[in-house]
Structures are given as structure tokens and as C-alpha cells.
Design a protein around this ligand. Structure first.
Ligand SMILES: Cc1ncc(COP(=O)(O)O)c(C=O)c1O
Length: 368
């Protein structure tokens, strides 16, 4: 166990070398002309935004960072990040433009109203606001269709205070549905051409998330915005996060005894049961009850009974060496065995993004 400043032995390890490998691979795939925006919203998908962004900046692994809100951007600035930061969300209330501009955060503009407000805020501050205009191409979340984008473009270009730094869109189905994605990319490409016709040469055009980067070369444009691949949560990349704990209690149970709340598990034979100090209060969600496996001494051990808020029970009958203090892996590898975020996501009917983002703040993150 690393040198930890906590007693409860449940922690997540983030391997920075995996982030490096992944981000370098992403740059190679994106090509030398495309910038890499490392998406570190939601505390870097649970990996820790400040630490991962500082590492990426120090090692020159990314041109800039994508966050979801002014708060996340300010936290990065407070942690010393000087690279470009783009707020990917739609800013509201509009006073938040002031804070964003003051701290040099680039903003997403998805409506004419927002364009007017950002121009006004930047005029009154006497500071340039760098804006990335968001085109709606099929995601149906935030963004303006082409006629509105043209008006936003004129509003910002004519403002004398705001700068148009980019035009972008977001792909809804880049991990499937090629027809839909092609249509999104076609609309984006035509809009980029229309905007270029109005004399904005230097703008950064971007559309690709991780799946776009891998599956649609034509989506790479001038920048790719990647999260999932950078954290190694896609095939072909190295997982950066491992989630670990240690056995805090061992017992044997008799055939027919129950384990945990609700009597959902009844021992079919005498069993050796280990209790680990991790539960849904840590983000090890209740859907893993009687379904997930953990690793102990390189063996898969099934979770038995319902996951509780702070503790979970596992069947270690077949693990000779299991004892109080044994290291247990919830996500990660031991020997030849591994449990990935994808496996847990499948069990819970969700996606790997959610599994890692749900790991709560009471789980210390250790950087290796
Ligand atoms: C606007 C935007 N761009 C890029 C990303 C990164 O996506 P991924 O983690 O799939 O690479 C996200 C994440 O959801 C996003 O919302």
C-alpha cells in the first residue's frame, strides 16, 4: 500500500504513466496538426481534475482542458493550470461570463442571447472573451442551428470585444450509428465552410470525442476533445485508475446463514466470508450486490449479499491466503485477472463513465 495519510484502507490509484501513454497515442491518432483537449470535467471522470491536468500540462500532453462549468474552470486555474480551458457547458446565469472572462476561461456560446451577453461582459471588463460557438448537429443538448450560428458569428465579430476562438459540435452516436454520425459531420462541415466564407480563418473547428477520434477520421478537424480514451476506459488504451481496499474482517458462516441486509444471500454451504470497507457510500453501487466480483490473491471472489453503505461482503472460501489485511481490487488487475469499469458498468446496466464518476470523494486518490 502506498504511504497513505488515512486509516480506512480504501483508495483509488491513478497511474499517471497510463495517462501519458494514452494521451500520446491520442495525439498520434489525431495527427500532428490537431490539438488535443483533455476533458477533465466531473473531477476528471473521478480521476482528480487538478492532479491529472497538472500532470498533462507539465508533460505537454494536451493543448488545453475541457470542463463543464465556471466552477470547474476556476478550480483548475486555482490549482495552477495556465493552459487554455474551455467551459463545455452553457453558461447561466449570464453574470458568470464576468468570472469566466476575468480568469481567462473560454466559453461556449449556443444562442444569440448568450452572444450579446458575453460581448457586453467583455466590453465592460475591457478584456477579450474567447468564445467557441456550438453548432447543434443532432445531439439535442446545447447548440444553435446554422442560421443562428451565422447571427452569433456576426454579433461576436462585430462586438469588437469578443473573439471567436472556435466552432464545434458534439457527436451523439460516434460509438455506433454511422449514418447519423455522417449526417452530423456533414452539417458541421458545411457550416464550417459557410463560416470560413465570412472571413474567419484562424478558428479551431472541433467535433470528435474519443469514439469520434477512433471511428471517424473526418471528425478530427483542428482539435479532438477526449476523456474516455485518455483515462484508458476504451479498448486499446491503458486503464489509469485502480480501486483498492483491504479485508477488515473475516468469518466463517454455516450453511443456511444469511449475509447482509434483506437476506438476499443464503450460504449454500459453509463459507469463508471477508468484509471489505467499501460500499455505495464510496460509489460501489448497490446494483453490484450478488453480481460483481472483486480480486483477492489473484482470484475472482463474488460479492455476496447486498452491498451496504460502508461495507461489502465477498466469498473467499476458495482463497487459502485470505486474511484481515489482504489487498482487494474492486477495479483493476491482480495477476492474470482483472475487473474493468466496463464489466461493472455492464452489470449495472450503465456505462464506464458513470462507474468511475460515481467513486465518491471519501475515497482518497493516490497518484503513482
Ligand atoms: C462536449 C464534450 N466533448 C467531449 C467529451 C469527451 O467525451 P469522451 O469522454 O467520450 O471522449 C464530452 C464528454 O462527455 C463532452 O461532453
Amino acid at each position: 500500500m502506498p504511504n497513505l495519510k488515512f486509516f480506512r484502507p480504501t483508495w483509488a490509484e491513478i497511474r499517471l504513466s497510463a495517462l501519458r501513454t494514452n494521451l500520446l497515442k491520442i495525439q498520434t491518432i489525431a495527427g500532428p496538426r490537431a490539438k488535443v483537449m483533455f476533458v477533465v470535467k466531473a473531477d476528471a471522470y473521478g480521476h482528480g481534475a487538478a492532479e491529472t491536468a497538472r500532470f498533462a500540462e507539465r508533460e505537454k500532453l494536451a493543448w488545453g482542458f475541457g470542463v463543464s462549468s465556471v466552477e470547474e474552470g476556476l478550480a483548475l486555474r486555482d490549482s495552477g493550470i495556465v493552459s487554455p480551458i474551455l467551459i463545455l457547458g452553457s453558461l447561466y446565469p449570464f453574470e458568470s461570463f464576468v468570472e469566466a472572462i476575468n480568469r481567462g476561461l473560454m466559453v461556449t456560446i449556443s444562442s444569440l442571447d448568450a452572444a450579446r451577453q458575453v460581448a457586453e461582459a467583455s466590453r465592460s471588463l475591457g478584456k477579450k472573451a474567447v468564445c467557441h460557438i456550438k453548432l447543434e448537429t443532432g445531439m439535442g443538448r446545447i447548440g444553435a442551428r446554422r442560421p443562428s450560428v451565422m447571427k452569433i458569428f456576426e454579433e461576436l465579430a462585430g462586438s469588437g470585444s469578443a473573439e471567436i476562438g472556435g466552432l464545434y459540435t458534439h457527436l451523439a452516436c460516434a460509438d455506433g450509428d454511422p449514418g447519423f454520425t455522417a449526417e452530423q459531420l456533414r452539417y458541421f462541415s458545411e457550416t464550417a465552410a459557410a463560416v470560413a466564407g465570412r472571413g474567419s480563418g484562424g478558428l479551431i473547428r472541433h467535433a470528435a470525442n474519443s469514439a469520434g477520434l477512433l471511428n471517424y477520421p473526418e471528425s478530427r478537424w483542428d482539435m479532438v476533445r477526449v476523456g474516455l480514451a485518455a483515462y484508458g476506459l476504451m479498448e486499446g488504451f491503458e486503464p489509469a485508475l485502480s480501486w483498492k481496499t483491504r479485508v477488515v474482517f473475516m468469518k466463517t458462516v454455516r450453511e443456511g446463514s444469511y449475509v447482509s441486509y434483506g437476506k438476499s444471500f443464503k450460504a449454500p454451504r459453509p463459507m469463508k466470508v471477508a468484509t471489505i470497507p467499501a460500499g455505495y457510500g464510496d460509489g460501489y453501487i448497490r446494483r453490484f450486490s450478488n453480481a460483481a466480483s472483486v480480486l483477492l490473491a489473484g482470484k475472482r471472489c463474488p460479492v455476496i449479499g447486498n452491498v451496504t453503505m460502508d461495507m461489502t461482503m465477498v466469498d473467499v472460501t476458495d482463497v487459502k491466503d485470505a486474511a484481515v489485511g489482504s489487498e482487494v481490487t474492486l477495479i483493476g488487475s491482480q495477476g492474470n485477472e482483472s475487473v474493468g469499469a466496463r464489466e461493472l458498468a455492464d452489470l449495472a446496466g450503465t456505462i464506464p463513465y458513470e462507474v468511475v464518476t460515481l467513486i465518491t470523494s471519501r475515497v482518497p486518490r493516490i497518484y503513482i
